[in-house]
Design a protein around this ligand. Structure first.
Ligand code: SF4
Length: 331
């Protein structure tokens, strides 16, 4: 049995706005085991990135983060100061962001950017740190690694910069990686290469990987488990093959229906989209947050919070789980 690298219970993140508190994350439960790939999926604004940032102790200024349980690598991080988070970020966990240019310093040679953090946290010499950097640059597919340590970010292509970010994230030999839409800024061919690289490294190094994406094709290719997020909550979670084969939440089913199936979806066929928009999350939500977009909504959905149903590790939050198909009102 794998050990949990992270374990979250009832994570809530709210942000102050002039119109009141925006409840971006509204009670998320999440675990990640050793060597496991968990994909967190959902539309923009559903709370995926906010969840990831709070897992790194990087919630935006002014955000209020609370949880009933917030264990990372065996440490209880509830209410811990920034110093405690910095220690964990340097050692046990790393994050890869969407746009490498926001994380790379354009005025510093790559070698310094790769090595300085670990020299500080591990007390190793520049020589040892550079040897590790060269090994990792080669691992992520950057040729002539020793020479390239002396170059600056603008001397690398977009795909190479994302490879640099992966190498940088691995410098501290983390137990798990959080990758937030790591290929969004890249063209499609490079996207596939970077994701393949991430999956290979994850397997080779036995890393836990929390991948945040809205791309279900990617999820199908690499996830062990998938968690579907909507309006700040996880509405369905389970083994990737089960969620893809038989999605139970109407939102998950809508997302799945919008993926073209190679060999089955004729070219040019319009794919069904989920009508409507994610609701605003200022103030409290009564009932199910998906109710205005759900074709199968029941009368109770607008005022009663959907109950959580768990069966063989598959979790679904929906009133439909409490009624049989025959009991559902027909359109
Ligand atoms: Fe639809 Fe109701 Fe289920 Fe929400 S709880 S997804 S509105 S059926």
């Amino acid at each position: 049995m794998t050990q949990n690298l992270l374990s979250l219970k009832n994570l809530r993140v709210s942000l102050p706005t002039p119109r009141g508190a925006l409840n971006a994350v509204r009670g998320v439960d999440l675990t990640l085991g050793e060597g496991e790939t968990l994909c967190l999926v959902g539309e923009s604004g559903c709370g995926k990135s906010m969840t990831a940032m709070s897992l790194m102790g990087l919630s935006p200024k002014g955000a209020e983060t609370r949880a009933d349980r917030f264990d990372i690598l065996g440490h209880d991080m509830t209410g811990k100061p920034q110093k405690a988070w910095a220690g964990l970020r340097g050692r046990g966990m790393s994050m890869i962001f969407q746009d490498p240019m926001t994380s790379l310093n354009p005025t510093l040679q790559i070698g310094r950017q790769l090595t300085e953090g670990v020299m500080l946290t591990e007390g190793i010499s520049r020589k040892v740190a550079e040897a590790r950097a060269i090994e990792l640059l080669e691992k992520v597919g950057i040729a002539r690694a020793a020479q390239r340590l002396r170059q600056y970010p603008h001397q690398f292509s977009g795909g190479q910069r994302q490879r640099l970010m992966i190498a940088m994230a691995l410098m501290s030999r983390p137990k798990f990686l959080i990758a937030d839409e790591p290929t969004t800024a890249l063209d499609v061919t490079i996207q596939a290469q970077i994701l393949r690289l991430l999956a290979e490294l994850q397997r080779e190094l036995g890393l836990g990987l929390l991948l945040i994406t809205h791309d279900l094709g990617v999820v199908a290719a690499i996830a062990d488990r998938v968690a579907v997020m909507y309006a700040g909550r996880i509405v369905e979670e389970g083994r990737a093959e089960t969620v893809f084969a038989s999605p139970e939440h109407p939102y998950t089913a809508g997302l799945m229906a919008a993926i073209p199936v190679p060999g089955r979806t004729p070219r040019g066929t319009p794919l069904p989209a989920i009508p409507g928009r994610v609701p605003g999350l200022i103030g409290s939500v009564s009932g199910c947050a998906f109710v205005d977009r759900c074709a199968r909504a029941l009368p109770q959905c607008s005022h009663l919070a959907p109950p959580l149903h768990t069966r063989a590790g598959h979790r679904v939050e929906c009133h439909l789980q409490s009624v049989s198909r025959e009991e559902e009102p027909q359109p």
